[in-house]
Design a protein around this ligand. Structure first.
Ligand SMILES: Nc1nc2c(ncn2[C@@H]2O[C@H](COP(=O)(O)OP(=O)(O)OP(=O)(O)O)[C@@H](O)[C@H]2O)c(=O)[nH]1
Ligand SMILES: [Zn+2]
Length: 385
């Protein structure tokens, strides 16, 4: 084998042609998850950001060096987390927190992660400034959420204008992404869902079952349609939207009702003759398994399921149901009888042009471990038990 001489020009792989917005966001998510910095470019700002989770002193110093500033990075967090720290009113969006004396690894950890044992110290003289959702700074926080990390990032402004930021990032081999693509990502990924494989999977109690996997175009986790029997698209199809719950579905956790609801839905649909169960990759009401375990730790400290989410900086429910509506349409179903106790699922499907002709209650007896959780769902989230 002959090796090409070193002097031979190499193909430029740093700027592949015409990456789609989904691809660009997908790359940025992978970078954040491995602890690298990304550039997020808004209409009037560009930030160099890395996730707060796992950030150490070296990363903070590197960000400042790359941003050509003596100042320590700012901490960007959701308005929800800021409210928990008594730094303003809760609501949608994000804020930039400036700390006198700068951000240290210890301060960062205690401000961003409520499962850290010590009380949160917000130093006197700290500044809090709202950031627009579609700005580079606002979108950087959305990226952390999409990456299913703690929704907080450390960031410095890029040392160039927003117009020059893409070229600046490319010259340094840093992945760059547009804020508008980040903000639109959830919906764009749902629209780009396509069926990629399908197989017959006889289930206990529902032998005539097919599983169809739908993949988002950004390479994200597949959602599954579990079609039992032969549902008639001309009539309202008995349908269950089930959000993934590793602990309840697989391990049989008693902290929630998911395992019973999953097996119960298969049973009910099978006895009715036909229907569909959508198994949605929305672990932990959309915050991911790692954050759900953090939420459990907070609940063991006395918070309920809604407050635990908000302490972490999330909304109480981060799920979107456009993927579910898209999958139903792919299957040819536009009218459903929905197995749920959750009114948000009913209204969300209607918003996405799937007609819910009936809500079919789907409740199971409580146990000693989930009784508080079920009560909180009824009291705080409007579940109809
Ligand atoms: N963040 C968080 N998620 C949880 C907790 N307990 C269960 N979950 C998640 O909540 C989701 C429950 O999903 P579903 O059963 O489809 O939805 P639901 O809102 O309970 O509505 P129903 O249709 O009435 O069952 C799953 O993704 C679980 O992983 C919790 O304490 N915190
Ligand atoms: Zn569960």
């Amino acid at each position: 084998m002959t090796l090409a001489p070193l002097s031979q020009p190499r193909p430029d792989i740093s700027s592949p042609p015409a990456l789609s917005p989904l691809d660009r966001v997908g790359r940025a998510l992978a970078e954040l998850r491995r602890g690298a910095a990304v550039v997020v470019v808004g209409p009037g700002d560009a930030v160099l950001a890395a996730t707060a989770e796992g950030a150490d002193g070296d990363l903070l110093a590197n960000l400042s060096a790359l941003g050509e500033t003596e100042a320590a990075p700012d901490l960007l967090m959701t308005t929800r987390r800021a409210a928990v720290l008594n730094l303003g009113a809760p609501g949608p969006g994000a804020v930039r927190l400036g700390l006198p004396g700068g951000l240290t690894e210890d301060r960062l950890r205690r401000l961003a992660d409520p499962t850290e044992a010590d009380p949160v110290p917000v130093p006197a003289g700290s500044t809090v400034e709202p950031v627009a959702a579609d700005s580079g700074a606002g979108a950087a926080v959305v990226l952390a959420k999409l990456a299913r990390l703690l929704p907080a990032v450390v960031a410095v402004p890029c040392p160039v204008s927003a117009l020059e930021a893409l070229a600046w990032a490319r010259a340094r081999d840093i992945v760059a992404v547009a804020a508008e693509d980040v903000v639109a990502h959830h919906e764009t990924a749902a629209r780009a869902l396509r069926p990629v494989s399908e197989a017959r999977v006889p289930l206990m109690g529902a032998e005539e079952t097919r599983v169809i996997a739908f993949r988002p175009d950004d390479g994200g986790i597949e959602h599954l349609a579990i079609v039992i029997g032969r549902p008639d698209p001309e009539s309202a199809v008995l349908t269950r939207l089930h959000s993934e719950c590793f602990t309840g579905d697989i391990l049989g956790s008693l902290r929630c009702d998911c395992g019973e609801q999953l097996r119960g839905a298969i049973d009910v649909i099978s006895r009715a003759g036909a229907g569909v169960l959508l198994y949605l990759a929305q672990e932990g009401r959309g915050i991911g398994l790692v954050n759900k375990l953090r939420a459990y730790t907070l609940q063991d400290g006395g918070l309920d399921t809604v407050d635990a989410n908000e302490q972490l900086g999330f909304d109480d429910d981060e799920r979107l149901y456009s993927p579910a509506a898209e999958m139903l349409r792919h299957l040819g179903f536009t009218r459903v009888r929905l197995l749920t106790n959750n009114p948000r699922k009913v209204s969300a499907l209607a918003r996405h042009r799937i007609q819910v002709v009936e809500r079919v209650p789907h409740a199971f007896p409580a146990n000693a471990h989930n009784v508080g959780y079920l009560r909180a769902k009824a009291r705080r989230s409007g579940h109809l038990f």
